[in-house]
Design a binder for this molecule. Structure first.
Ligand code: ADP
Length: 461
């Protein structure tokens, strides 16, 4: 079941509030009830002993009962729910509340039973009589029977107190619920609004509109991160989209030039305008080679940019490998009057030797292509605790800052017309980067126009 953030948050808040208030209510009632019972029972005992004491004081030195005071005590006790029966030492009845006002006594007991039943519907209480001796100078002069509703009872004010407390708890529940719903509404609005905007942005991206208009400024970290991630995604997709468009345009352009040349040359020869001389056929052949090279590059690229580049790894001395590659290139560097410097150093790495060779060949052939006569190329290997860095640095034409972010993209060439003459097709660095990344490494580049370029292949040992 899908639920909106707002509903979910509101439900959570309500659940927490209800659970909290209910637990507090139940606990408060439980503790109150327990303490209240003890208090009421204790109070009952106290009242009884007090009544007995007061009655014992009404026995005069002349062995007589002060009947008027005893009656007053009996009546006031009756009002408090105590039904007294005072007997003399011979068991003769001195004063009896039931005889004094039997109707009131019954009404009293009935009233208390009703009080208790209203609170505990299954209350098993009844009329209890406690008998106390009345002592005068260490001799028993009579006894008092105190009858009341037992084992204990709540008076009207006790019941009022408990009910008031529960009503207060009910109000607190309602108040807490309202507040929590308000909070839930505010918080969920604060949360859901930016998320809704981000969803809208993502939908716009899906439709191909990368110009995100909503500038979401939330103070929630996750939402900020989400917005930033979506923005990055839009940017990456836009770059990819542009590259894809340019790639198609580039491939079409690259193919058209040799094809047009071929077409016009062959047409001229078919029409008899041109004689098919060896030079003309050679020039046609060169164009075909160019097209073929390009198709080859596309193939190579597809292979290296495939899902998972299979690596055939072994441990070898990369210093030695660089040395052998430089030997192969030496003739070409010498022909162009470029000085190449390399101090061989032993450096073991665990990598795919064929693929690492490809990376170095690509970097060195670029250094050769983009460094003018009398330039210099430096190659070096450095290492730290867990990384090996292969550095290829030249004093060549450099790469403009505007081109630097794109040189690793397929078919990207910083200076299209010039680089075409150098025979580059713009996939060498893409392949080198794919290989470095397949090894868990990366390639970094630093360059300045007309000063030179430095490529750093960083690989884990
Ligand atoms: P290409 O086959 O065109 O050399 P790469 O992918 O190897 O393709 O290089 C991409 C682009 O990066 C080149 O076209 C060139 O503009 C630039 N580039 C690469 N290496 C160098 C370098 N050492 N000096 C100057 N520019 C370079």
């Amino acid at each position: 079941m899908t639920m909106s953030l707002r509903t979910k948050l509101s439900l959570a808040f309500v659940l927490i509030t209800v659970t909290l208030v209910l637990s507090i209510g139940v606990l408060a009632n439980f503790l109150l009830e327990k303490n209240f019972r003890e208090y009421v029972i204790e109070n009952q005992k106290k009242k009884n002993t007090e009544v007995v004491m007061r009655i014992s004081q009404q026995y005069t030195d002349s062995n007589k009962w002060r009947m008027d005071v005893i009656e007053a005590i009996g009546i006031s006790s009756l009002e408090e729910g105590l039904i007294l029966k005072i007997k003399g030492s011979q068991g003769d009845v001195i004063w009896d509340a039931t005889q004094h006002n039997s109707g009131l006594c019954q009404q009293m007991i009935y009233h208390m039973a009703r009080n208790m039943m209203s609170r505990y519907p299954n209350w098993q209480g009844g009329y209890v009589v406690d008998e106390y001796p009345v002592m005068r100078k260490l001799t028993q002069v009579g006894s008092v029977e105190i009858g009341y509703y037992g084992p204990f009872y709540f008076t009207d004010s006790d019941l009022h107190f408990i009910n008031d407390l529960n009503i207060a708890l009910l109000w607190i529940t309602l108040f807490a619920l309202t507040i929590s719903l308000l909070f839930a509404a505010v918080i969920s609005k604060k949360l859901s609004l930016p998320i809704t905007r981000v969803i809208h942005d993502a939908q716009m991206i899906a439709k191909g509109d990368y110009t995100l208009k909503s500038a979401e400024r939330s103070n929630t970290k996750e939402i900020r991160d989400l917005t930033a991630a979506v923005k990055d995604l839009a940017k990456t997709l836009e770059v990819q989209e542009n590259l894809r468009k340019r790639l198609t345009a580039d491939v079409a352009h690259e193919l058209r030039t040799p094809m047009t040349t071929l077409q016009s040359h062959i047409e001229a020869m078919v029409d008899g305008i041109w004689k098919p001389t060896v030079e003309r056929l050679k020039s046609c052949h060169e164009e075909i080679i160019r097209v073929n090279k390009m198709i080859g590059d596309l193939h190579l690229l597809a292979k290296f940019e495939g899902e998972q580049l299979p690596l055939n790894q072994s441990t070898f001395d990369v210093g030695d490998m660089i040395h052998s590659i430089i030997i192969n290139f030496q003739g070409q560097f010498r022909n162009k009057g470029i000085n190449i410097e390399y101090t061989q150093r032993k450096q073991m790495i665990h990598a795919d030797p064929d693929k690492m060779r490809q990376v170095l060949v690509n970097l060195l052939s670029n250094a050769l292509k983009y460094t003018p006569k009398e330039g210099k190329v430096f190659v070096d290997v450095e290492s730290n605790k867990d990384m090996v860095e292969i550095i290829v640095k030249d004093t060549g034409q450099g790469i403009g800052q505007e081109d630097l972010p794109y040189i690793f993209e397929r078919f990207y060439r910083a200076d299209k017309s010039r680089n075409r003459m150098t025979g580059g097709s713009g996939v060498g660095l893409t392949i080198a980067k794919a290989i470095a990344e397949a090894h868990g490494g990366r390639i970094e580049v630093k360059s300045e126009m007309n000063i030179g370029t430095e490529f750093k292949v960083i690989l884990p040992k």
